[in-house]
Design a protein around this ligand. Sequence first.
Ligand code: KE4
Length: 433
Amino acid sequence: MNFERSISAFARAKNVIPGGVNSSVRAFKAVGGTPVFMRSGAGATITDVDGHAFIDYVLSWGPLIVGHAHPAVVKAIQTAATRGSSFGAPTEAESELAELIVTMVPSVEKVRFTSSGTEATMNAIRLARGYTRRDKIVKFSGCYHGAADGFLIAAGSSALTLGVPNSPGVPKSTASDTLVAPYNDTAALEAIFAQYAGEIAGVIIEPYVGNMGLVLPRDGYLERVRELCTQHKALLIFDEVMTGFRVARGGVQERAGIMPDLTTLGKVIGGGLPVGAFGGRDEIMAYLTPEGPVFHAGTLSGNPLAMAAGIATLKLVRDDATLYDRLEVLTKLLTDGLRELFAKHGVPHTTAYAGSMFGFFLHPGPVTDLESAMKSDTALYAKFFHAMLDRGIYFAPSQFEAGFVSSVHTTRDVEVTLAAADASLAEILASAR
Ligand code: KE4
């Protein structure tokens, strides 16, 4: 494929934007080459500035569960825009989206909106600290909770890809209040609670991890995390920014039947526009200003256009009774097909899927945490990514990300994807001989 317009667009961008991108993972550092500049999306397809169309499994890193430019979402945004874009005053749209979330997410009784997932997790942590009057937070290596200082310790996603899981610029004083344990390791978490009993305000976890690649919890792991938080009166925070409305209508907490104390959300609830949210039991959320003492604010929190896109998306999710069954069937078809092809071509691999999320590592596995995820053959992943891109398939430009399927992906899309994967693997392995 000829990417000449992306190449010139990238050169232009780098004149005025550091690295030419506004979010690091987009820079293709993990896979090499020039980042593809996109022009439009429609349904399951995304088209770049050179006119190449791709079947899109990135879906803006998760938000587009009903695909690009869904007519109901576009109409909702257009209608809202004719009434003005922002008021800095409460609107009924915020209550409507909040009601949809409260109805569908089991543990959430009250919810506050922000403009990104990072803001949601930042504020959830402040709320946990204010509510418990404790300072320490536990996170898990390889999990990513956004670009706030306290999370950039052993962080996943592009922090991991770019080799800065502990970013410069984070003060030691901040890092000292973030404790890190390996995911899927109950003994390590038990040891942290034993050492810091009474100091831990909260444990924030991606219940299914999407930011190491997709890594699922061992049986009983999340239940033990819940028990330890209850025992030590620390708040359990499910960071469902990625898994919310993705692995089930009510996220992991519905699928696993585990109730966190706080939940952070984003991506799907904005339907592609900037929205984050944090929510939980009323008695905890009541600690937020102006009722309580824990401060929260945001100029564009609850923005009318973003609310309109989120409402339209969540109504589609709410009213489509078979959506999650269909998503799981299609995602399983894709994941099983990839596994068979990796085996056919003798490529070491392990795969996983849950709801409409999927992932694979080019390593025999099992992959249960960051240490095992890091054993994946990232050089081979980069070759596979580009071979698939050349065949019109857009996978995540990093091994340490998850893939996503939408309600408008079809069995035909999966067949085309698997045929491209077969040809890509054959090409890569032939050139390696
Ligand atoms: P944002 O601030 O990017 O909206 O959300 C941060 C965040 C919080 N929690 C989880 C579980 C997340 O996955 C994210 C953001 N996810 C990445 C994808 N791995 C966003 C892509 C990017 O950084 O550009």
